[in-house]
Design a protein around this ligand. Structure first.
Ligand code: ADP
Ligand code: NI
Length: 215
């Protein structure tokens, strides 16, 4: 147990250092929040918290470090260096390979309870107060308008619009964020998602009213 705690601590440092090296230090906080979400959900589900924590901490490192190559070697080598059990390593690798959200029409291949917890934890960070902040931050970074009533949301074209300038951040809620609630895996995740979902809906209602000067 002591050893596992040490491995988690070392992995936290490893992830922080890797992300800072990339010049995207702020993204560490996404990992931090997913890790915290995973701890919260995982404690209420019957899962191996060591696998859950390692997967949460490492779930996005490949994306950032090797955008195109999808090279999971960095994770494998890191865990081997720490003498993590072979079965744990392959479980963690399976989870982080399957974790990314590929649009609402792609069926999730998450197989284990541990994977479900981490996927829920990641999705929750795209919802609620944090999710709203992230959406506008992302939209701004790719030059999207916050809203434009002339551009209608295209819920089934998530893939085509997501990384492009066209489209607005408000539309992103209808194209992705409001759909996440129904994709949650765990009981605890579903409960939190419902709350976060309602918060976003209220936010959107008020946003659209203010847009037209209706109070
Ligand atoms: P994930 O953390 O699930 O891998 P992404 O990397 O796709 O999510 O996106 C990171 C954050 O940016 C999320 O909060 C997501 O909602 C937001 N985001 C992604 N695409 C858009 C978009 N087209 N407009 C606004 N926000 C977006
Ligand atoms: Ni993530």
């Amino acid at each position: 147990m002591k050893n596992k705690e040490k491995i988690i601590k070392q992995t936290i440092r490893f992830v922080k250092n890797t992300l800072e090296g990339e010049g995207s230090g702020h993204d560490w906080w996404h990992i931090y929040r997913v890790w915290k979400n995973a701890l919260f959900i995982g404690k209420k589900e019957n899962v191996d918290m060591f696998v859950v924590q390692l997967s949460a901490l490492l779930h996005d490192i490949v994306d950032w470090k090797f955008q195109e190559k999808n090279d999971f070697k960095i994770v494998k080598e890191w865990l081997e260096k720490l003498n993590v059990d072979k079965n744990v390593i392959s479980h963690v690798l399976d989870i982080i390979k399957e974790i990314s959200f590929k649009g609402v029409n792609v069926k999730s291949k998450i197989k284990t309870r541990e994977g479900m917890v981490v996927q829920d934890a990641d999705r929750l960070d795209a919802m609620g107060a944090i999710g709203i902040a992230r959406a506008f931050a992302y939209g701004g970074s790719v030059g999207r308008e916050i809203y434009n009533p002339n551009i209608k949301p295209k819920p089934n074209e998530f893939f085509k619009t997501t990384k492009k300038k066209k489209g607005t951040t408000i539309n992103h809620f209808y194209e992705k964020l409001l759909l996440l609630k129904n994709l949650m895996n765990t009981k605890t995740g579903k409960k939190i998602a419902k709350d976060n979902h309602n918060f976003m809906k209220k936010y959107l209602e008020k946003f659209l009213k203010e847009w037209e000067g209706k109070y």
